[in-house]
Design a protein around this ligand. Sequence first.
Ligand code: RUQ
Ligand code: CUA
Length: 663
Amino acid sequence: MKTKQLVFASLLAGYTAISLIACKPKNTSNAVSGDAAAKAYVAPGKYDEFYNFVSGGFSGQMSVYGLPSGRLLRVIPVFSQDPEKGWGFSEETKPMLNTSHGNIPWDDLHHTQLSKTAGEIDGRWCFANANNTPRVARVDLSTFRTAEIIELPNSGGNHSSPFITENTEYVVAGTRFSVPPDDVNGDIPINSYKQNFKGTLSFISVAKEDGAMDLAFQIQCPGVNFDLSRAGKGVSHGWFFFSCYNTEQANTLLEVNASQKDKDFIMAVNWKKAEEYLKAGKGKKQSVKYAHNVYSDKTHSATSEIKTEVTVLDSKELSDICYFIPCPKSPHGCDVDPSGQYIVGSGKLAALIPVFSYDKIQAAIAAKDFAGDYDGIPVIKYESALYGEVKKPGLGPLHTEFDGKGNAYTSFFVSSEVVKWNIKDLKVIDRAPTYYSVGHLCIPGGDTKTPNAKYLIAYNKITKDRYLPTGPELSQSAQLYDISGDKMQLILDFPTIGEPHYAQACAADILKSKSLKIFKIDDNQNTYVAKGEKETKVVREGNKVHVYMTAIRSHLTPDNIEGIKLGDEVYFHVTNLEQDWDVPHGFAIKGASNAELLIMPGETQTLKWIPNRVGISPMYCTDFCSALHQEMTGYVRVSPSGSNVPLQFSTGDKKPASETTGK
Ligand code: RUQ
Ligand code: CUA
């Protein structure tokens, strides 16, 4: 949800006396007791127990923290350019940020989700959504790098995403903003929303062996806002649940106009049935445009392909795929418990938490126990789907995680707390303040069949007085609670990068042995690789100059280049010859208008440089790689465009190769 400015409209009948801007809990100073710090202490040189994959919100990136220490281990660039690593700046990574709108250097990453097999985290990939220009990314957890990005057509605001089925059969995404379908003329009045705007759910298949994504099909739905979702699991495997708000179908001042109805919906989707219809040829081909970008660890380069067709199933025509369940009021989170039986709706403006029963939903569907339809989709009666309600849990429920011991933990933005309640009897057991205004929660494996109920992390929107002031902007923050006992105990605060929304965590043991240490130089299939200094060269092709360069402690080859002229485009293809863990080299040259390269052992990356003045331009390694790192430098001589200075290059006395001139 949208950050700090979030102020709920004061139209809420039941809450008029209470300020709906976050309230501040009392006794902030004594919230941490005696042995708390020791529980989060990880001694120098010792490893954390868990990896925590945290969304970066408007930073567009994903960050990885160790738990319980809260140490930042890595920032993985996903949807935003990252000059630190050259992501989106190097020629090899630029295609990853391509879309049907062209190159997009930024997005808003809200939710991370680890791949699963049989409902358990398998440590292979972590998926993430781009909320603004709809995309889904797959991060490879052997390299901790973004391996694939797929754009979603017929969507606007990919918020309800990316949520996966229990064997990662599909990554699923629901559009937050309904929009006219991509293949119709969208030049229409905005207030024709009710007639012309549609919601779309996207099902992206994931290949078992290598994770390759493909947009398998979409389901066209009524025009509402799809907010969040979860796959069924166990008994409810084969179903998906989406929270929907703005069932008023307002197109302006949603703050008021989308909060009129007492109940919005959770939509239950039978995706196994949808698959049957797809196989039976019930889908319609629609012409669209979307980018599909793939990064190869063999060529160390990305390719981007624009695809032009998608198969769409119509939820109105195929009337037994989608069902609405009334849910009070403007639901945000929609979470499924470890057994798959209970579906928890979190109405941002509701004074209770409804818990729905999968069995009751099925019985209601079988008995056609409907209260009419909404835009052609059957609406199950609230009471018929309801297991029960958690009464007076707090204000502004957002998200729920589970501990696998029969308890649920729900975040409350407005009352700024985490509330623990029992799924069976729906009684509140414990509550703990957050500092302040918590959004998402995470328990390691909290959405799997067997959560690890040791820690709970709250990701907060407002930091206020928790850290030293840093001007008008304060870092958002996370808070770690020990939940191994009956009472939640706050044990650590740590700042986060960007705005954390959802996060997932998994045991370090699942991942750490799979982590890649180097890329094998012999396997490098980059077009411009130099597998040793003997293969270095400089090749002119018209006004393009390709420098096949190598980097090894502590020199660049070649390190002197002459014969570059104004009007040239120079491509430095730098291969890092090291075959040792944790020895990257960097590369930068004066006047370059992009960023550095940071090249891992065995990898080739390319910096494009268009010199715009005559003279000498120094270049150097940017990563302190050895005692003689400061010596890892070189020069390029740039001459006027008509000059006849010959193209030549060298390192030391020996020229690495004789002058090479292409056509
Ligand atoms: S969602 S708290 Cu709740 Cu994207 Cu951010
Ligand atoms: Cu290579 Cu510094």
